[in-house]
Design a protein around this ligand. Sequence first.
Ligand code: RRO
Length: 314
Amino acid sequence: MSASLHTSFLHSSYDNPFMNASGVHCMTTKELEELSESKAGGFITKSATTLQRDGNPEPRYFSVPLGSINSMGLPNAGFEYYMSYVLDYQEKNPNLNPPFFSVAGMSVEENLKLLRRIQDSEFYGVTELNLSCPNVPGKPQVAYDFELTKEILTKVFEFFKKPLGVKLPPYFDFAHFNIMTDILNQFPLCYVNCINSIGNGLYIDSENESVVIRPKDGFGGIGGDYVKPTALANVRAFYTRLNPNIKIIGTGGIRSGQDAFEHLLCGATMLQVGTELYKEGPSIFDRLECELKDIMNKKGYATIDEFRGKLKGL
Ligand code: RRO
């Protein structure tokens, strides 16, 4: 028997649930093309702002054995660059799913402007609104401000009719899972993506008695093994609370087939890989696919639907 990783997501069909996490290997058209040619089931662009941004001073990403710390500061080539890419991709590949398009405006008005531009365009793919960038000095993460999140979503859905998901930061308290669920359930969202990096961690080099990244005195978003339990908790918490029309993308700590299996068991439909994709490059998707299939074959699962969300209690 050979397990199938086939995944249905928002009425589209994907060969497998794996994607890059926005921000990793998706800043330039060259990197995006490499993802398109990889074994990833889908892929997403770097979060775009209206204008190109250089981001924070380097060093701004540091890899450690158990994960990563970053304070990139939203470097990106600007909204129109990614819009041209996705439209061109659609034209050249009418039989493939278009890339997901991630946007991260620096204000309510900018988010509305970017989404209006997508609404008025020929883009027919999925849009992800990043409400959780932890690294722009002086700008708190939007989705930790519940009122602001509700205000943005209210204004967005006055005009936005295309498929939309939101990228959330991790939450750490049942009260916050509940408040956020009450807000998200009021809107025709297609999915939530849990989680962005755990914001404002601090990794230090004790030999040099120093921080390891330059921006924000060394504070940055944490990814990799460090964050997997938090990511699984957020996937599970939202899967068990949200209206079932709102799917979950699981992101955080996926570096093996087993990590992927765990995210699926908690209820994720698609899976995004950040830190480990940065370390290994796009060939990681071949390995993840083989490892996940192996686990499913050993357990006797022919499809992901047979176990998705079916985490047992004790
Ligand atoms: O660019 C970044 O610093 C960044 C972003 Br926008 C994000 O959403 N998550 C992250 O860890 N880094």
